[in-house]
Structure formats: structure tokens, C-alpha cells
Design a protein around this ligand. Structure first.
Ligand code: ZN
Length: 344
């Protein structure tokens, strides 16, 4: 999934092209792309037709258009999913193979939703909060489906102290906490690995075992790395994350951890490793990012849980690569495993 820098790149591009424009036609070409809309394609089309786009907003990885005017407004939530793209083209340009929704604007441009794998889609939502204050939509107003998402580091509502306190209270691996969008939003697998590498923390360490100073360093690293990625249009690791003109960002050239298995750490030269975590891959330096205390041997490669019982660990000579049992499938915080194991 695209993370904050990629979604913000899209948001900015959209804002340049659709703010103040009126939607004069809507065409839904695939029912799956409107499956979150209760009334389906006809309902979505009816809600959008003839309405102006007042703004384009984002919280974390979530994007929505504010549709309407000073008398009435509602959010059109855009799920990019795994492969969703929001593109601006001219009317009459050839259709993309995976074009799912087309919204024609009153200036001769089209807003196109292209989504190869159809995990994404559009749906009209309501703003959270009292009905009486729904129009006009004030700044900071969130769609109901996004209201539980925590502020991201670039949000004026982001409270560093509160986020660090929330992290320190979690009896869970720090990478899992970073990926929990109700604690801090916008961070996905790529920027979590990058921030953990920068702050020299192994993602498997317990959040409640890290010092406040270390957590502060980590949040600063998250903010810095996402800011740097945003400055170059984000990361296009799988070539699907593009801006509204179809162009990719190029932060992947600057990645220090993600995707660098087998390559030397840019800080210490140790060979970078990959291990499975939450059905994803985690990339880290075994020397800079120790799993536990400095006395522990270098972090181990993942093996099946039956390979070595936990009691066998102490008997294993420290010079060997020690097997360990991966964490249980369901974490204490109830985070579910989703889908099949994926290797980027
Ligand atoms: Zn290193």
C-alpha cells in the first residue's frame, strides 16, 4: 500500500487540478471499485453529478475529496488499495486498461481511477460529528470511516508527547506499534523499516522496553524520512505508486534498509538481513539494530516454530546462528494477519 509520502504526492497533484472544478459526468466501469458504496454505481454517480470539488484532504494514508459548497458538503473517500491510481487526463485521451471510474470535470479534464487489482475504490461518506455542523466542512473534519485514524506527523493535531506515551504503554513489538494507524498514521512497511534503521532499533523489540529518549528518536526519524521521501515524490518500489501525471517518485534510491537484503549496511558495513514480520518482510542491519541487549548474539534468521524450542536457546553456543520461535500469529493487541505471505 502507498504510505504517507506517496498519498500526499497524489493529494497535492489532485488539489492543483480538481479544486474548484465541477463534476459534469461520472462513469463507473467496474462494480468492485464502488463496492463500499451502499447504493452502488448509480448512487455514487447521483451524489457526485453536478457538484463542485471544494478540496482534497488526507490523514495518514487515507485520502478524500471534499464535495460540495458552503451549504452542504460530504467526503468522497478514495481507497488506493494495493494498486489504485488517481490520474488527471484530458477528455478523449485513450482509456487505461484498468480504468475503473471516470469523473469528467468542467474544464475538459478527467479524473480517472485506475486500479489493476481492484482492492481500492471510491465511496461517499459522511463527516464525523454532529449533523448540524456539516456545512461548511471545517478544517480537520474527518470522514466517519477515517475518524479512528490517529493524526500523522505532518498534521497540526499531531501531539508528539502523547504519541510517545501511547507507544511506551504498548506491550507489543515496536514495528507493530509503528504500523498501528490508531497510534501514529501514515507509516507502512517501507518507512517503518527506514525509521527503525535510522534510530538503530530492531523492530521486534518491545515498545514498552524502549526508553522515552529512544522512542522520541524514532518518531523524529519517522517524520524525517517521510519528509525526505515526500520531497522527491515518494517511493515507487513496485512502480504502481504514481502521481496524477503517472510519474513515479524516486526515493527508492535513498532507501537505507527496505529491499537491501544481502547488501552492506550504509552505516557499519554488516550484511543487511530480511526476516518475516506480520506477513511482510522486515529489513534491518544485524549489527546496528540488535534485537535485545548488546550481549545478545546477532539477530537470528526466522525458522519454523518447531525447529528449536525456546528452552534450547541457552544451550546453543553464541557463535552459532540461533533459531528462535516467531511470535504467535495473533498479537496481544489483536492485530490480525491478513492475506498470504508476500515477498516484495
Ligand atoms: Zn549497520
Amino acid at each position: 500500500m502507498p504510505e504517507l509520502p506517496e498519498v500526499e504526492t497524489v493529494r497535492r497533484g489532485l488539489a492543483d487540478h480538481v479544486e474548484g472544478r465541477r463534476i459534469v459526468a461520472v462513469e463507473v466501469l467496474h462494480p468492485r471499485s464502488v463496492r463500499r458504496q451502499l447504493g452502488g454505481a448509480a448512487d455514487l454517480t447521483g451524489r457526485l453529478l453536478g457538484r463542485p470539488v471544494a478540496g482534497v484532504h488526507r490523514r495518514g494514508k487515507y485520502l478524500w475529496l471534499d464535495i460540495g459548497d458552503h451549504t452542504d458538503s460530504f467526503p468522497l473517500v478514495v481507497h488506493l488499495g494495493m494498486s489504485g491510481q488517481m490520474l488527471i487526463t484530458r477528455v478523449g485521451d485513450p482509456d487505461h486498461v484498468h480504468l475503473r471510474i471516470r469523473a469528467t470535470l468542467d474544464d475538459g479534464n478527467e479524473l480517472r481511477f485506475v486500479d489493476q487489482r481492484t482492492f481500492g475504490g471510491w465511496h461517499v461518506d459522511e463527516y464525523a460529528g454532529p449533523v448540524a455542523s456539516r456545512a461548511p466542512a471545517p478544517p480537520g473534519r474527518l470522514p466517519e470511516s477515517i475518524a479512528h485514524i490517529a493524526p500523522d506527523p505532518f498534521d497540526p493535531a499531531f501531539d508528539v508527547g502523547a504519541v510517545i506515551a501511547a507507544m511506551a504503554a504498548r506491550h507489543s513489538e515496536i514495528k507493530r506499534v509503528l504500523l498501528d494507524q490508531t497510534v501514529i498514521s501514515g507509516v507502512g512497511n517501507i518507512y517503518a523499516d527506514e525509521a527503525l534503521w535510522r534510530s538503530r532499533i530492531h523492530g521486534g523489540r518491545g515498545a514498552d522496553r524502549l526508553s522515552r529518549a529512544k522512542l522520541t528518536e524514532l518518531v523524529a526519524a519517522v517524520t524525517a524520512v517521510m519528509g525526505e521521501a515526500l520531497a522527491v515524490g515518494g517511493t515507487s518500489f513496485d512502480a504502481l505508486y504514481v502521481n496524477v501525471n503517472g510519474q513515479s517518485g524516486y526515493f527508492e534510491r535513498s532507501l537505507n534498509a527496505y529491499g537491501r537484503e544481502g547488501e552492506p549496511c550504509r552505516r557499519c558495513g554488516a550484511i543487511m538481513r530480511r526476516e518475516q514480520f506480520m506477513n511482510r518482510s522486515s529489513y534491518y542491519c544485524p549489527r546496528c539494530q540488535r534485537r535485545a541487549s548488546a550481549r545478545t548474539p546477532a539477530p537470528r534468521t526466522a525458522t519454523p516454530p518447531t525447529a528449536t524450542p525456546p528452552t534450547a536457546r541457552k544451550q546453543t553456543p553464541p557463535v552459532r546462528v540461533v533459531a528462535h520461535a516467531p511470535r504467535a500469529a495473533t498479537a496481544r493487541d489483536g492485530t490480525k494477519r491478513e492475506g498470504m505471505t508476500q515477498q516484495p
